[in-house]
Design a protein. Structure first.
Length: 232
């Protein structure tokens, strides 16, 4: 059923890698605007492939994939950069530029899309305040803790105000305290209206937050619950 507030929709999506691995088999999924959703499942179940497919990095072999009114199967290569602006993404290993300071790491995301310099300053500082790192703006990634680096990555992902924030195991390299801080920050972004999809192995956090949980197993959705828990 097609709904007014549907932001992401997958109909019978199948993703096959060149070697022949069917990483996603027959995915049917609908995500509403403003949802917070966890994606869980054992290693190799297709979680990262799911994120990459949404990013347009991996093409579906068949099926239909609609994201923010874009039909990914029909999208031209040159449209991809524009499409990507609707998405923010955060990874387990932070992926910050080590030779740029905190401010520059976040500002670059704005400069590449041509935002004027006074607006860049305002938007970057606003995001850094939001993640609690405005006073560390001149620090380099190596001078920050893992939790702080991930907060910079979230600021960078959010600075262009994407409608969707994707996070692939964002707390995979963090201790429990920092993991909670990052999850709380992702929840805050969600409360501000961003649709958030988080791949995680953190069963404690998944069980406590009572969000929607989609469980993948061997490329298939085996469970999809509104206030779900972590299934081993
Ligand atoms: N670039 C790739 N080329 C070939 N096979 C891949 C590639 N990336 C992932 N796979 C395979 O696809 C399946 C799903 O992988 P992935 O999406 O990374 O799972 P997860 O993130 O849940 O651990 C696995 O069998 C994996 O080996
Ligand atoms: Mg993965």
């Amino acid at each position: 059923m097609r709904q007014e507030n549907e932001l992401i929709r997958l109909d019978n999506v199948k993703v096959t890698y060149p070697a022949g691995t069917e990483a996603l088999k027959d995915i049917n999924l609908s995500v509403q605007k403003g949802e917070f959703m966890f994606v869980v499942g054992s290693s190799g179940s297709g979680k990262s492939t799911f994120i990459k497919t949404l990013l347009g990095e991996v093409k579906a072999a068949s099926g239909r994939l609609l994201v923010a009114k874009h039909d990914l199967g029909r999208m031209k290569r040159r449209e991809l950069p524009y499409y990507r602006r609707t998405l923010g993404v955060v990874f387990q290993e932070f992926r910050l530029l080590d030779d740029r300071n905190v401010y520059e790491n976040v500002a670059l995301a704005q400069r590449v899309i041509g935002v004027s310099s006074d607006k860049v300053r305002r938007n970057v500082m606003q995001m850094l305040e939001m993640v609690g790192l405005d006073e560390r703006k001149r620090a380099y990634p190596k001078e920050l803790s893992g939790g702080e680096q991930q907060r910079v990555a979230i600021a960078r992902a959010m600075v262009n105000r994407p409608s969707i924030l994707l996070a692939d195991e964002p707390t995979g390299n963090l201790d429990p305290k920092n993991s909670w801080e990052i999850m709380n920050l992702l929840e805050e972004m969600n409360q501000l209206g961003t649709t958030v999809i988080v791949v995680t192995h953190n069963n404690e956090i998944v069980d406590k937050l009572k969000k929607r949980v989609v469980t993948l197993n061997k490329g298939e959705i085996i469970n999809d619950e509104v206030q779900g828990g972590y299934i081993q």
